[in-house]
Ligand binder design. Structure first.
Ligand code: HEC
Length: 206
């Protein structure tokens, strides 16, 4: 046999090895990656203008207003952090924030944000801080938003799980948790104040 023939046989065996053993499961998995679909900015043979991305019809509005208020975004502190939440903080935003917080943050930070969780307990190196401690309460809204997007130290980023709308929703809910632990009695609406006073046994200012 010539050297070339040996090479051909070896190469064929090599390929057969790959395909024979792996193709089944490989194909099952790749099916999802390789299915026909349009990518952003891709070409389309279906639409006359050849563009896969379509212009929204006239009068279409954004389904979930993620757009932040420009004036609020311009309101930054000395370090350049956005000082306040730049979207409207509504009951719906807070409800969404609670839902996302309890889904993605509570495992470590707890439902009350105090970070007394099993997960926190085993993170000996740098346990998650209580989100209502003074230092974190003093953080500007933009910094909390940044921690969510970029992660912080040992905490991973949650950018993949939370879109633009949800990031501010969670930020707002963190603020609500902080407030719930530190509100002055006098700041509560009368009926809630009465209830709280009773629950506190008549005394206390917090
Ligand atoms: C896997 C556990 C874990 C999850 C889940 C988690 N965190 Fe954290 N978080 C940490 C740890 C640990 C730290 C402290 C990191 C460090 O100091 O290195 C931290 C720190 C923080 C801080 C303080 C940052 C600072 O400046 O000190 C904030 C705010 C925070 N997390 C918010 C969140 C929010 C909001 C979510 C949900 C989107 C979340 N975390 C999810 C573990 C977690």
């Amino acid at each position: 046999v010539t050297r070339a023939a040996v090479l051909v046989v070896a190469a064929t065996l090599g390929l057969a090895g790959c395909q024979g053993v792996d193709l089944g499961i490989f194909w099952q998995l790749e099916r999802m990656v390789l299915q026909p679909r349009y990518d952003p900015y891709g070409q389309s043979r279906f639409f006359a203008d050849g563009r896969a991305m379509r212009t929204p019809p006239d009068g279409a509005v954004v389904h979930r207003a993620a757009a932040a208020d420009d004036a609020a975004l311009a309101d930054v502190d000395a370090d350049g952090w956005v000082a306040r939440i730049p979207v409207a903080v509504t009951p719906a935003l807070l409800a969404r924030g609670q839902n996302r917080f309890e889904t993605f943050c509570a495992a470590c930070h707890g439902f009350d944000g105090r970070s007394q969780t099993r997960a926190a307990h085993v993170m000996e190196l740098r346990p998650p801080p209580a989100l209502d401690e003074d230092r974190i309460r003093a953080l500007p809204a933009g910094k909390i938003h940044r921690v969510i997007v970029a992660g912080y130290g040992l905490m991973p980023s949650y950018a993949a799980q939370l879109d633009a709308h949800d990031r501010w929703a969670v930020t707002a809910y963190v603020r609500a948790l902080q407030l719930s632990q530190h509100v002055e009695l006098a700041a509560l609406p009368a009926p809630v104040r009465a209830e709280a006073t009773q629950a506190l046994g008549g005394g206390g200012t917090r």
